[in-house]
Design a protein around this ligand. Structure first.
Ligand SMILES: Cc1cc2nc3c(=O)[nH]c(=O)nc-3n(C[C@H](O)[C@H](O)[C@H](O)COP(=O)(O)OP(=O)(O)OC[C@H]3O[C@@H](n4cnc5c(N)ncnc54)[C@H](O)[C@@H]3O)c2cc1C
Length: 748
């Protein structure tokens, strides 16, 4: 060690280390495990404050291979045909037996299970595409197909299971002989899942006639998807070994095990009704259920590692399942709402002509574009072998929040048509499903307030985790040496970031780095500007608040919002590039960036205004927002142009609504699509009549303005539109039939 390094360590680093040690609380065991789960990816690039855009553009885009494509047009299409969401909701409360059988026989439950274990072995993108398409038909259908492939015993066995467990269970899960469910949540432990009181005690017991070492389980779980029909439960519980039969400590910690539901003491079967969605969901209980130690996922050596395994599985799953449902909602809302706004007239005009409606259509179209871009980018990352935990949290949170926005907008544009329930209403079920997406796999308020920036700051920051770990070291000399190494790199990085943030903000980002990306180049410059500002703000927040930042949820949430916008916009920009820089799609990209930049500036403004140390807030303003807030969201021109895409058949619209299931010709969405086509085709005839001030088709025919064939076309279009705007009504007797076995009594 040189004299300079030694002097620096003693004189400068040591006092900083003492200061940091008192300011930073040590990471708890569960936090450490959450941090170790998964890896970082594009989030780390954004956190540097100087992302390499060329690297983003060079990521191979997510694509389907021929086999996956064939599955989409074959079994997925057939499954969609078999699902009748209305009947499921109001009559059977379940998928039909045929649909269940088809899900099993076509291996929908084994999408992610490799071929050598009897599954389909598809990519993450294929998994996402399959869920997305089914969800345009029925959210409950999609959830049923999705859950065995997301967080559940299948993925856990695949990643952590012993060879014997993989051989025993994976082929049976792949072809549906076993139906899995994953039980984590209990009445006392929801968001704070680690607080569960469900317990396993190591003991000896009888297993198939032999006396073996095992676990006696007692639990009460609720909200468990597929739980009521599960044959195998992946169960999370706290393991204790009071007799030290495993030779170690008494409190072993959270453990995951496979529990066949036909064992004595297991109770399953009762159902919840989650927002009138009909996927199987319910509570389950176990009373003194004995399992052998070999049923611990990963075998006896994985006892106590359950939390880490869970976090790791969530790191991937969260990036696929809910985002795919949300992308489906975006595309579905874009197709149906655009078509409806075109066929539905009021005040003698299609409602899509009104600016108020256009504002909503643009928001639906922009969000649909953004959502799908971010989903594809994430799937591409996952397919390269990443398990990006922070990105998965961002995507889960922002995809489901935007799903809420697009579905709410779609409801408003449809008016009464979407309010009145019945087989003709294709929107209500999506509306009812929104809270499910918001709540599951990490409820959104918690995810926004604690996880995105809370974990992102530590994991994705180039130096912070190394610093925290150095500070926590027990050997003080080693801690000083480790801390010294990383601290000065961090200081150098922070200085560069401060200069970047300052220069890019004062120059309005015009000289900030950007790849050659045609008309989108200027957007990358602004992204570079905001990324530098974000990295600077983050460093200042750590420096001034230290461990206190954890408790400042409002600040953490806003910093997380900036990171999230940067990520979502990266997805939209990457999509534009991957799709060949389509000029027609520019209004959609414009909408995304204009709205995203406004939201980034709003978050910065709120951070500055509310920064707990006031002079630091003023300094932040000087560095990152010298001219104040200047972005106000999508311009009226952008709104009109983005909305127009949904009101007219065109390639940009086709790209946006690709793979939306339309249904058979007598079904609501197919009828709407047909009415839309007919309305657009007959538009020139209407225009001609309007020019001649003749509004009646018979008069137009008599006056020689239109031909008999054209009058026929007009009549057909009118009939198709009448079918679309019609809503359902029911005879009192039909409704009374539903009251024959009131659910209220059944629940009591
Ligand atoms: C339809 C459905 C299906 C589900 N499927 C499964 C399943 O298959 N398996 C399974 O194990 N679980 C499942 N769950 C459970 C789900 O993961 C939990 O509902 C979720 O974790 C939230 O727990 P909770 O509902 O008890 O809400 P609570 O934990 O009571 O939270 C209430 C509110 O407080 C917020 N909150 C909590 N802590 C904080 C904080 N520190 N800061 C800010 N806000 C906070 C939350 O965001 C939420 O908005 C399912 C739930 C539903 C509704």
């Amino acid at each position: 060690m040189s004299f300079v390094t030694a002097a620096r360590r003693e004189v400068l680093t040591r006092p900083v280390l003492s200061l940091v040690q008192s300011a930073l609380p040590a990471l708890s065991a569960t936090e450490n495990e959450a941090i170790d789960a998964g890896n970082t990816w594009w989030d780390a690039a954004l956190f540097t404050g100087n992302p390499d855009w060329e690297a983003l553009l060079a990521f191979p885009p997510a694509t389907l291979n021929a086999e996956e494509q064939a599955f989409m047009t074959g079994p997925v299409e057939t499954l969609c045909e078999m699902i009748d969401d209305w009947r499921m909701t109001w009559e059977t409360h379940d998928l039909s037996p045929e649909a269940w059988a088809y899900l099993k026989s076509e291996k929908f439950f084994g999408i992610i299970i490799p071929k050598e274990h009897g599954g389909l072995g598809f990519s993450n993108f294929a998994h996402s595409e399959i869920v997305r398409k089914i969800a345009t038909r029925s959210v409950s259908g999609a959830v049923t197909a999705m859950v065995p492939n997301s967080l559940g015993p299948g993925e856990l066995i695949l990643r952590f299971g012993t060879e014997t467990q993989q051989e025993q269970w994976l082929p049976r899960l792949a072809d549906g002989r076993e139906i899995p469910a994953f039980g984590l949540t209990s009445p006392e432990a929801g968001s704070d899942a680690a607080a569960m009181i469900d317990e396993g005690v190591v003991c000896r017991g009888d297993w198939k006639g032999e006396d073996v070492l095992g676990i006696r389980l007692n639990w009460h779980k609720r909200y468990i998807t597929l739980g009521p029909v599960a044959t195998i439960l992946g169960l999370a519980f706290k393991l204790r070994d009071p007799e030290h039969l495993l030779g170690g400590q008494e409190e072993i910690g959270i453990t995951l095990a496979l529990v066949p539901t036909d064992l004595p003491g297991v109770t399953i079967g009762r159902r919840h009704i989650p927002s009138m969605q009909t996927f199987q969901n319910g509570p389950n209980e176990g009373k003194d259920v004995f399992i052998p130690l070999d049923n611990v996922i990963g075998g006896p050596e994985r006892v106590g590692q359950g939390w880490k395994m869970l976090m790791s599985a969530l790191a991937a799953g969260r990036g696929i399942s809910l985002p795919s449902l949300s992308a489906a909602a975006g595309a579905f809302a874009a197709h149906t709402t655009g078509a409806y706004a075109r066929v539905r007239s009021q005040f003698n005009l299609p409602i899509g002509k009104f600016e108020g409606i256009q504002e909503r259509l643009a928001r639906i179209a922009g969000n649909a574009y953004l959502l799908d871009g971010a989903r594809r980018l994430t799937c591409a990352g996952l397919d390269q072998g990443n398990h990006p935990a922070v990105i998965s949290s961002i995507l889960k949170l922002h995809a489901t929040e935007r799903m809420r926005v697009v579905i709410n907008d779609a409801m408003d544009v449809h008016g009464g048509k979407a309010v009145i329930d019945g087989p003709r209403n294709y929107m209500a079920s999506h509306y009812r499903a929104i809270p499910v997406g918001i709540t599951v796999e990490g409820a959104n308020i918690l995810t926004r307030s604690l996880m995105v920036f809370g974990q992102g700051a530590i994991r994705s920051h180039p130096y912070l985790l190394d610093e925290i770990r150095a500070v926590g070291g027990t050997d003080r000399t080693q801690a000083l040496a480790d801390f010294d190494k990383v601290l000065w790199k961090h200081v150098g990085h922070a200085l560069k970031t401060a200069i970047r943030a300052f220069v890019r903000s004062w120059s309005g980002g015009v000289f900030a780095p950007a790849p050659k990306a045609g008309k989108a180049t200027r957007y990358y410059r602004q992204m570079s500007r905001y990324a530098a500002a974000f990295a600077f703000c983050s460093d200042i927040a750590f420096l001034t608040l230290g461990g206190e930042l954890k408790r400042r949820e409002l600040l953490s949430a806003r910093l997380g919002d900036v990171l999230s916008e940067l990520y979502m916009l990266s997805g939209a920009l990457k999509r534009w590039e991957d799709e060949g820089r389509q000029d027609d799609d520019l209004p959609l990209l414009d909408w995304c960036v204009q709205s995203g930049f406004a939201s980034i500036e709003q978050s910065f403004a709120q951070i500055i205004e509310n920064f707990p140390v006031r002079p630091v807030g003023w300094m932040l303003r000087l560095f990152i927002m010298p001219y104040g807030r200047r972005r106000n969201g999508p311009t009226d021109r952008t709104v009109r142009r983005a909305a127009a895409i949904l009101l007219e058949p065109c390639p940009a619209r086709d790209r946006l609504v690709e793979n939306v299931y339309l249904g058979g010709e007598d079904e609501a969405v197919a009828r709407l699509t047909e009415a839309f086509r007919k309305t657009v085709t007959t538009q020139p005839i209407h225009d001609r009549m309007k020019q001649a001030h003749v509004l009646n088709a018979d008069e137009a025919l008599t006056a020689g303005l239109i031909s008999a064939e054209e009058r026929k076309q007009l009549r057909e279009a009118d009939a198709a539109v009448a079918e679309v705007i019609a809503v359902d009504d029911f005879a009192p007797e039909e409704l009374a039939r539903r009251a024959e076995a009131p659910l209220r009594e059944a629940a009591e």
